[in-house]
Design a protein around this ligand. Structure first.
Ligand code: ATP
Length: 368
């Protein structure tokens, strides 16, 4: 398993997996740069685990290739691949102590002097001094760290993580997300992390691939996906979005004018994924502001009148629902910074936004 040769990028080329007539992974092509933290994000059943299993060699592709650098590893047996996997179930050996669990991969290769490396790995995952304990004497989070140390001691070129934090409670998950990112930066190994938790993917990964029905909907840096989603699916999967069904008539100068429910808006050309025909005009809730009257709306902002139908105080912000005159419900998050007024349910407001924060997405004709 130890591979000292430079790994190179991990590339999936036209990778497809069919189970009978069902296509679980559909012609996937993507590159994971060497040394990066990559997340495959998607809802249950979208094909994330199947993709990971094909990289690990646990599932044979129906067609396509898995390449590591210049090397085609598609047909290699799992143990011949310079790849290790950490699963949600830690799968530690209960009868071995922590040090022997971590040393397992080295022992299997006939390496006898393991103490130094085991100590180093336990230190990396911040479990110094835990070597003589048994798995049952550790918390879930600590056991997950052992599983990580046990994988990393093999110096894989790629580490696959299949929902590794899924069994942990929320607070521990958040701590482990930061830990995992630190460890990845320290070891510099390519991490491919599968999760259905968008916050988890965005917290840790350099690049996130959003999967839907066996395909990649969009791939990019977390901020890019959030600020400028490519499809309505991505806009809704990553955070919340206000998506207004609208019609675009092509660019006019630096802007794309659109009409929604008889009202006219515009979006800068470079924020438009599509500039003609049926579109969604999108605004994130934290970019939608509320004023009490139209004359309070800043110059250059676009606006729609509405009535507050719900106001939920959630500590750092208040989350409002605003019903527009044509019956749509818009979400607006207002930071509770001590400045600005609260808007009680039933009051009339003007929802407004800076068009530079809006985006235009493709919409199927007839979709709302
Ligand atoms: P989850 O988050 O629930 O694990 P996932 O995105 O990882 O979901 P996969 O486990 O890759 O999804 O499964 C993708 C699809 O392929 C699912 O519809 C699943 O039922 C199907 N599938 C997976 N393995 C098999 C199999 N061995 N035989 C038949 N269908 C399978």
């Amino acid at each position: 398993m130890a591979n000292e040769a430079p790994a190179g990028d991990l590339r999936l080329v036209d990778l497809t997996k069919r189970f009978g007539i069902f296509t679980a992974v559909d012609d996937l092509t993507l590159t994971v740069p060497q040394g990066s933290f990559f997340a495959l994000l998607g809802a249950s059943g979208c094909g994330k685990t199947t993709t990971l299993r094909m990289i690990a060699g646990l599932e044979e592709p129906t067609s396509g290739q898995v390449l590591l650098g210049d090397r085609d590893i598609s047909r290699l047996r799992p143990y011949k691949r310079p790849v290790n996997t950490v699963f949600q179930s830690y799968a530690l050996f209960p009868h071995l102590d922590i040090a022997e669990n971590v040393a397992f991969g080295l022992r299997r290769r006939g390496i006898r002097k393991v103490d130094g490396q085991v100590r180093q790995m336990l230190s990396l995952v911040q479990l110094d001094g835990f070597g003589r304990r048994r798995p049952a004497q550790l918390s879930g989070g600590q056991q997950q760290r052992v599983a990580l140390a046990r994988a990393l001691i093999n110096h894989p070129q790629v580490l696959l993580l299949d929902e590794p934090l899924g069994a942990l409670d929320l607070k521990l998950r958040r701590q482990m997300q930061i830990e995992l990112k630190r460890i990845q930066t320290e070891v510099g190994i390519t991490f491919v992390h599968v999760t259905h938790d968008q916050e988890e993917a965005m917290t840790m990964a350099d690049t996130v691939a959003v999967m839907n029905a066996g395909r990649i909907e969009q791939l990019g840096a977390p901020a890019e996906l959030y600020e400028y989603p490519a499809t309505a699916f991505v806009a809704n999967f990553l955070g919340q979005s206000n998506l207004l069904a609208a019609e675009a008539a092509g660019p006019a100068g630096p802007e794309v004018p659109v009409t929604a429910h008889g009202a006219r808006f515009s979006v800068p050309v470079d924020r438009a994924r599509v500039d003609r025909g049926p579109v969604y005009l999108g605004v994130r809730p934290e970019k939608l502001h509320l004023a009490e009257a139209a004359d309070e709306v800043p110059a250059g902002h676009q606006h729609v009148p509405g009535v507050i139908t719900d106001a939920s105080y959630v500590g750092v912000s208040t989350q409002y629902l605003v019903r527009t005159g044509w019956g749509s419900e818009l979400s607006a998050f207002a930071a509770n910074s001590g400045v600005g007024r609260q808007h009680p349910v039933g009051t009339s407001v003007v929802a407004h936004w800076d068009p530079r924060h809006a985006f235009l997405l493709p919409r199927e004709p007839g979709q709302d």
